[in-house]
Design a protein around this ligand. Structure first.
Ligand code: SF4
Length: 78
């Protein structure tokens, strides 16, 4: 997915709780595949299996960011 938060972001945080895939994180916050769900592990496209609770490096230290690999463009939620 090619989703990104634009330069117009004012860091208000209103988008974060709206994402059904927990793909949006505050700048500087580590992300996880599970994002607070009961998901235990994830199989990546290359076949690698990773823990869903393992913390990943923030995509941005400054602004809210989207983990594009978790974004489905809300497909199936609306
Ligand atoms: S478009 Fe993607 S990042 Fe935005 S709310 Fe939907 S799933 Fe989450």
């Amino acid at each position: 997915m090619a989703i990104m938060i634009t330069d117009e972001c004012i860091n208000c945080g209103a988008c974060e709780p709206e994402c059904p895939n927990t793909a949006i994180y505050e700048g500087g916050v580590e992300w996880t595949w599970g994002g607070g769900t009961n998901l235990k592990e994830v199989t990546l496209e290359d076949g690698t299996v990773v823990s869903a609770t393992e913390k990943q490096a923030p995509v941005s230290d400054e602004f809210y960011y989207i983990v594009t690999a978790k974004c489905t463009e809300c497909n199936g939620f609306h």
